[in-house]
Design a binder for this molecule. Structure first.
Ligand code: NAP
Length: 294
């Protein structure tokens, strides 16, 4: 199986490395060509001229780009290179409807499609420890097992096309709640004059322990917010979740609150920082107080 990778961002670089380690990576393409050329030279694979060339040269094309419109753009661009027997696996986080639209575009070119969003962060991508939530034909899912094994620690088939993205929406709502809880609690700890490295270590070993606390806690208390996962991308995910909830006649408190908090931070120019940059707003509460506005 020869796999091509499209979208060499925070996630795509690590995922490509792991496909390469397993002898599966055939070609890479990135919108900013220098990134693809650098990685291709490092790994000794081809840097394709465009997504269609990746599709022509590979059996499976993995895409991991930012937003809904970007996924459709790269799929339209690769369509001339697609053919029967080829599979496009999209690991971006996008709306269920967009995944279905992407699947239709790919089907028109005669190929198969899986929506396969991931969880596990940049660390999971780098270490081959991602969790894949996959929608689409079960036979295609089974066929791509070597790819899932190379890039992740688990892959689950959730149902037809779109079911992977619907599952990822559940994950992203939970991430918003965890971000709110961890940043708020650590800002409170800091304002209480505690040694925050000790606090993070102790709390991580108990019932409140979680991935985000362990991975981002130590950096956020030092005011380091390198991505990781860009807040603007989580804002995009939560906007999708908001629409999915609205379709059911519901406004979800954690989603609504987190979108507002992110929008304030994005207006201040923090959109490209890690989502743990929410810690800034929580620290500000302790600097300015907010009892009167609650
Ligand atoms: P990122 O670091 O911002 O990288 C985005 C990638 O998409 C870059 O390679 C960028 O190319 C490419 N891109 C964007 N728009 C494009 C377009 N119109 N045409 C072609 N390429 C385009 O983002 P990331 O963190 O890797 O995230 C990628 C996807 O995975 C997103 O959907 C995100 O929500 C999801 N995700 C991220 C994480 C995480 O922790 N980071 C975890 C799970 C899922 P350039 O280099 O030219 O800008």
């Amino acid at each position: 199986m020869r796999i091509g990778f499209v979208g060499l961002g925070a996630m795509g670089v690590g995922m490509s490395h792991n496909l390469h380690k397993h002898g599966l990576l055939g070609a890479v393409w990135n919108r900013t060509a220098a990134r693809a050329e650098e990685l291709a030279a490092e790994l000794g694979v081809a840097a394709a001229a465009d997504p269609a060339q990746v599709a022509r040269e590979c059996d499976v094309i993995v895409t991991c780009v930012s937003r809904d419109a970007d996924v459709l753009e790269v799929i339209r661009a690769m369509a001339p290179g697609l053919a029967a027997g080829k599979v496009v696996m999209d690991c971006s986080t996008i709306a269920v409807d967009t995944a279905r639209e992407a699947a239709d575009l790919v089907a028109q070119a005669g190929a198969g499609f899986l929506d396969a969003p991931v969880s596990g962060g940049k660390e999971g991508a780098d270490n081959g420890q991602l969790v894949f939530m996959v929608g689409g034909d079960k036979a295609l899912f089974d066929k791509l097992k070597p790819a899932f094994d190379a890039m992740g620690k688990a892959a689950s088939h959730m149902g037809p096309v779109g079911a992977g993205q619907a599952t990822k929406a559940v994950n992203q709502i939970m991430v918003a709640g965890i971000n709110q809880a961890v940043t708020e609690a650590l800002a409170f700890g800091q304002a209480s004059g505690l040694d925050m490295d000790d606090v993070i270590q102790v709390v991580s070993g108990g019932a409140a322990g979680n991935w985000f606390l362990e991975k981002r806690g130590p950096t956020m208390v030092k005011n380091v917010f390198d991505p990781g996962f860009k807040m603007a991308l989580h804002h995009k995910d939560l906007s999708i979740c908001k629409q999915m909830a609205a379709d059911k006649g519901v406004a979800l408190p954690v989603v609504e609150m987190t979108l507002k908090h992110y929008e304030r931070l994005m207006e201040q120019g923090h959109g490209d920082e890690d989502i743990s940059t929410l810690f800034r707003s929580k620290q500000e509460l302790f600097e300015k107080g907010n009892l009167k506005s609650l």
